[in-house]
Design a protein around this ligand. Structure first.
Ligand code: SF4
Length: 234
């Protein structure tokens, strides 16, 4: 059984290489990190575990199918840290029925079944998170992904994070790198203020890469935060 925090969609992927792609999210419960700016604490902290439903692979896929109208769709495995749980039966079952899978993790727990994913997105947490990435585990995650498409994604909140992102590229020079504007305004109800903030931070980040003539990464806003603010289930 998998502890599931929420299943929602169809919506579009708001981050990383699949930005804009229609998807259903399966958000698992539980995380081994405690990033200070985490915007999904309801899926990370054990005190929310009473809201997590134990579900079999069949039950999860049935729920996804209800949402997708029975059509195969990209399933985004997110969390929390989805690598904490055994998602191999779900991936096998879904792929046998035409679904594709991406998984987003901070890279702390490598799993053999990463090789069955279509995409693995590893997001080493920068210094502003107040967590410390374990590079040997991140490397093991990348190696476990085999022929899956892999990309690195770093949220950037400040210039120290930005320098950290450069170090990620040095460690993994062959992997595509995505810089994601950090959204520290997790509690604002004011969508206009959030827009202005996110756009300002995006411009700030573009100015940095232009200043440094660093042209290899892709710079993305948090699309879902711009479109839907900090609403959940989008
Ligand atoms: S790794 Fe992700 S889910 Fe876990 S605490 Fe950090 S931001 Fe939240």
């Amino acid at each position: 059984m998998v502890r599931v925090s929420e299943i929602f969609g169809p919506t579009v992927q708001g981050e990383g290489p699949l930005i804009g792609k229609p998807t259903v999210f399966v958000r698992t419960g539980g995380c081994d990190y405690r990033c200070v700016w985490c915007d999904t604490m309801f899926a990370a902290l054990p005190e929310h575990s009473q809201t997590w439903a134990p579900m079999s692979a069949e039950e999860i896929l049935d729920q996804v199918k209800k949402l997708s109208g029975g059509q195969p769709i990209l399933i985004t495995l997110s969390g929390g840290n989805p690598a904490m749980q055994d998602l191999e039966p779900l991936i096998k079952l879904g792929k046998s029925q035409g679904f594709s899978f991406s998984l987003e993790t901070q890279g702390s727990i490598p799993r053999d079944w990463f090789s069955q994913l279509d995409w693995l997105f590893v997001s080493p947490k920068p210094p502003s998170s107040q967590e410390t990435p374990d590079w040997s585990q991140i490397e093991a995650c990348v190696n476990a992904a085999g022929s899956a498409d892999i990309a690195m994604k770093v949220p950037v909140f400040d210039e120290i994070d930005y320098e950290f992102a450069k170090s990620v590229e040095k460690r993994f020079p062959t992997l595509p790198l995505y810089l994601q504007v950090g959204n520290e305004q997790t509690s604002t109800e004011d969508t206009k203020a959030l827009h202005e903030h996110m756009i300002g931070r995006y411009r700030w980040l573009v100015d940095l890469i232009a200043r440094d003539q660093w042209y290899s990464p892709t710079i993305l806003p948090q699309l879902h935060a711009i479109i839907w603010g900090n609403e959940r289930k989008r």
